[in-house]
Ligand binder design. Structure first.
Ligand code: GLC
Length: 453
């Protein structure tokens, strides 16, 4: 039941009580009206007073909401939660944040769900986790929340990610795809257009940092964690490579070897990427670019709102473009994003559904896009006049999101990622040659997929 029906029926009941009471008064009793009326009014006012304060604290359900740290304006998110509480006076939200990296969050959920913990109700899941958690039986089935006719309102990638064996286990909350940020003022000064090939990006960045040694040419996420997989896939895919296709492990291909060796040379030979990227996550690079210290950065779209905030050192100087590709190939963006699901052990699934409905609604997705910069999973928002005028580049993101490439959609994805992370990291730090690293990854992934059969 939503709040408006709740308060409408309460008001209705109060009205009927009062009206019914008056109707039953016979004429001779009307003389007592002078006495009764103030009492009825008093009763009505008392009831009204209760309504305004909402249910007593002990009658309210507390929902624990777990999610990763909000990048940027966390206060704006607190306001969104307060709005939900105002509209749903019978529910209180306890907002609990986890560390920023997806890997740490995944570990938290696996440990707690394995232990059948009911300490949290609603939680946000990376686009790569749903099949694994659904298969383990840790998620409520939410198919009824997204009937087939509703599903086409969402981008296809996240919709596929939340579906496991024909059932829907989460509702897409916000969408991500890798994009290239560039300093539009610097590119203009040097007469460059945003690069469309990786080689062109190297040429432009080298030319600018030759003149401006105080700047880094190109920064990205190279720490040994999930973000490195997202970055590396973009080089591999944009060189025609892949990890697995139709059950066949394709990781040890010339295209992938070339792509990963290029990635490592950005640091060691081209020197446009500083060695510290091998410890950098999204927020590390966002801070550096936001302080005006880099020409190019690969990141997710959330950073744009932060760069455009009043007081930002790069306000009005940032452009966003498709990631480049290797010559003769199509560019590729890794699909990212977060989905909201309900813990199978939650004691408040009905209230949890109302909360998810609120957070994934058109209005809330719009508000979060305008304030925090998380990009809506509902396609119609990319035609919303207010959003388009506040964030003109959102229109161009539509195509990027529609075509962003998912990481392998399988309950065993995290095992594949755990295999790839140290191998890719070893390539970047030049501990292993791409050939050796990919050969080892190939054997291990084949082993995992064989075990799956
Ligand atoms: C972002 C993406 C997520 C990805 C992660 C990697 O949070 O939304 O899908 O796995 O970055 O760091």
């Amino acid at each position: 039941m939503n709040v408006s029906t709740f308060s409408a029926s309460a008001a209705d009941i109060r009205f009927r009580l009062l009206a019914g009471g008056l109707a039953r008064l016979s004429a001779w009793r009307l003389t007592s009206l002078a006495l009764l009326l103030p009492c009825s009014l008093l009763l009505a006012l008392t009831l009204h007073g209760c309504d305004r304060q909402g249910p007593a604290d002990e009658e309210r359900v507390t929902l624990v909401f777990k999610h990763g740290k909000i990048a940027g304006d966390a206060a704006a998110f607190t306001e969104v939660l307060k709005q939900f509480e105002r509209e749903n006076p019978d529910i209180r939200i306890r907002d609990e944040t986890l560390p920023a990296t997806t890997d740490q969050q995944h570990q938290f959920y696996v440990i707690n769900l394995e232990g059948k913990s009911s300490d949290f109700d609603v939680f946000s899941m990376d686009v790569i986790w749903v099949p694994e958690l659904a298969r383990a039986g840790w998620l409520m089935d939410l198919t009824h929340m997204l009937p087939p006719e509703e599903r086409s309102n969402f981008f296809p990638g996240p919709m596929e990610a939340v579906t496991y064996e024909g059932r829907v286990y989460a509702v897409p909350w916000y969408i991500d795809a890798g994009v290239l940020y560039y300093r539009s003022d610097l590119l203009e000064e040097y007469g460059f257009q945003p690069p469309t090939t990786w080689q062109e990006l190297v040429r432009q960045a080298s030319a600018i940092v030759r003149d401006r040694p105080d700047l880094y040419g190109f920064i990205w996420q190279g720490k040994q964690y999930e973000g490195l997989i997202c970055n590396a896939l973009e080089y591999m895919w944009s060189n025609g490579g892949d990890v697995v296709r139709n059950g066949t492990v394709l990781i040890n291909s010339p295209e992938n070897r070339e792509a990963l060796s290029f990635m490592s040379r950005l640091i060691s030979e081209e020197e446009i990427t500083p060695a510290f990227v091998t410890t950098a996550i999204e927020e590390t690079t966002r801070h550096i670019f936001g302080n005006g210290k880099a020409v190019f950065m690969r990141n997710w779209p959330y950073a744009w709102n932060i760069f455009e905030r009043p007081g930002s050192q790069v306000r009005g100087k940032v452009g966003v473009a498709l990631l480049p590709s290797f010559s003769g190939h199509e560019p590729a963006s890794t699909l990212g994003g977060w989905q909201l699901g309900i813990n199978k052990y939650s004691r408040h699934p009905k209230e949890a559904e109302r909360f998810i409905e609120f957070l994934t609604s058109y209005e809330t997705q719009k508000r979060v896009a305008l304030t925090i910069g998380y990009k809506p999973t509902r396609k119609s928002l990319y035609r919303d006049a207010e959003l388009m005028s506040a964030q003109p580049f959102i229109v161009s993101l539509y195509d990027v999101f529609e075509h962003a490439r998912p990481r392998p959609v399988t309950p065993y994805y995290m095992m594949i990622s755990q295999i790839l992370q140290p191998e890719f990291s070893a390539i970047l730090s030049r501990i292993k040659k791409p050939e050796a690293a990919l050969r080892s990854a190939e054997k291990q992934i084949q082993h995992v997929l064989r075990a799956e059969e």
